[in-house]
Design a protein. Structure first.
Lengths: 345, 345
């Protein structure tokens, strides 16, 4: 069945197109289902003033991680973080997770304990309860599927489709670091494969390697926004690269945007490592994935409340319907933004 | 790391022991987490009188299903049902699901559509909203991970650990059918592998093959119990065989039980097919898996309310702490019940 040449194979289609195609048949029937597929998380009505948000992510060995350079404890930690980041992207606070894993029977108990020690470390740091899951065997690689549940006040929920013209575009932290960390790890893997006696050399790259292996979810930003009484007009987490996420917000909100190359926050280690690898640093920031920073828009009148926050950078603004998503380069030229993102298929 | 002979491999340990081992380190911190790991579903406080229940299950190709005889539409349907059954086992009504799948890029769009048509058929029949998910690629087989969310009144929630001495033990429907359906499918697969020109012969076995390929969740029983104002004192769904589930209730409730071989409901097709395969029919019912019927206990005073229900059979009663779980055979001998269940490792 899978070899019929008249059929469409998934690798020609891409993940987003596949999801769009499948979900057009989905109908929602329950009054308490506020928002289904199409944002970082689904939204359910919990009580008269509280919304519940739910998200799920699956990590597959050989696709999302390489056990040659990913310690199992880090993997467990990261698997939780990618879900908590989606909860944050709804301007919500994570509360519970469920964890399902499929592992080969060749794994040892000690290996699974390592994986769970990372999962529980993330639960502990982010004050999230591990409430359920499933453990089964796999005929081949390791698969981890996590569902996270969070909560937010009904006035604070933040979607992708609600940005307005002239809103300011903000990003948290710095971008491209996780991607450059991955490049360093991949380089050291190749060196090791060619000569197993050579020790891996990640000196000077600790920051970017950690960004790749042990990312964090920006729960601190959610708390800061709440404290400053800023409700973003739209938000998304940066898992597939800034370009892809900007396009999601523009498409969902039916607007254009202008961002400024000079404003994109890039750490000096990321910048220098990119140059060493002959990669343009801004390309890492735009198209590298897995930073798990937040991209959000705010009303101009909220600028005063966030302008002195070290961890928030204004990089541009939303433009009217009919405009495209553009980057204004340092040379003052206008470049249309194109999604590269992560293509897993 | 995985070959160290001093380490414990998972196949020597079993799924339940692994889960017990890992989850002993889990601490719950949120006031609204009512019940974590250890039942069919986790329980969260939704509002002052409503509880939310959450469960998750992962199905792995080659472990839980064989695509040689499992149509993708049936697989999608069943993947939803196994989760809805866990929601029912808490005496709750399913409301929403999320679906994550990992598939090889060699799959066609049409194949994924088939899978989702089964998922959406189950959503439609059971009035459940598909609210989110993740779609990613796999380096090898198909993996489906579903999380289901349900709701129940705070007075109706039903756990495993709350059975009382002398409570009546009830099962729904009939048992062993899914297991015998699997035997028929496996036999026809072998015939086909030996001679691809021979057409599969499942004539007369439609009922048990359907029980294997397209099980249903007993949402009708939950509605019936509500209507009759019977709140079971304990409940679990029968996914691993009656023996295994009875032992879960006995262990969790710290009680023994006596059930009667003569009372175990077995369909005539299951019975005859078991004999044809030289299997004792009651062994299928006790140790065959995937029936997705409900096993529950009720107070003796509730017997009048359920005794005329075709789909509920009383098979025995709970006995005091210190007693074992026993089956009273047709020859009036006492057999201790031992778990066989499904061992996926």
């Amino acid at each position: 069945m899978f070899d019929n040449p008249t059929h469409t194979t998934l690798d020609k289609m891409g993940e987003f197109a596949l999801i769009d195609h499948i979900t057009k048949h989905v109908k929602l029937t329950h009054a308490n289902t506020v928002k289904g597929i199409g944002d970082d998380a689904a939204v359910l009505l919990k009580s008269v003033d509280t919304l519940q948000v739910i998200t799920t992510d699956m990590l597959v060995e050989g696709v999302h991680f390489d056990l040659m350079y990913t310690p199992l404890k880090h993997l467990g930690y990261k698997a939780v973080i990618v879900n908590l980041s989606d909860i944050c992207a709804m301007n919500a606070v994570p509360r519970q997770i469920t964890v399902s894993i499929a592992v080969s029977s060749k794994y040892t108990l000690e290996a699974i304990e390592e994986l769970y020690s990372g999962i529980l470390a993330a639960c502990n740091i982010y004050k999230v309860d591990l409430v359920g899951g499933d453990t089964t065997s796999s005929k081949s690689g390791l698969v981890i599927s996590i569902t996270a549940i969070g909560e937010t006040n009904i006035n604070n929920i933040t979607y992708r489709h609600t940005a307005n013209e002239n809103d300011l575009i903000c990003v948290t932290g710095d971008l491209g670091a996780a991607y450059m960390g991955l490049q360093v790890l991949e380089r050291e893997k190749q060196v090791f494969l060619e000569n197993p006696d050579v020790q891996p050399d990640i000196e000077g790259h600790d920051y970017i390697v950690e960004r790749q292996l042990k990312p964090e979810a920006r729960i601190d930003i959610i708390a800061q926004l709440l404290k400053e009484q800023v409700v973003p007009t739209s938000m998304i987490d940066i898992s597939d690269g800034l370009a892809s996420e900007l396009l999601h917000i523009c498409k969902a909100s039916n607007l254009g945007c202008n961002i400024y190359e000079s404003k994109i926050p890039i750490d000096s280690v990321t910048f220098q490592t990119a140059l060493d690898f002959n990669i343009i640093p801004q390309v890492c920031a735009m198209n590298g994935g897995e930073d798990y920073e937040l991209l959000f828009t705010i009303k101009q009148e909220d600028f005063e409340k966030i302008k002195d926050k070290d961890s928030i950078t204004v990089i541009g603004h939303m433009t009217a319907q009919g405009n495209s998503a553009n980057m204004i380069t340092n040379a003052n030229t206008v470049l249309p933004i194109e999604a590269q993102g992560w293509k897993h298929f």
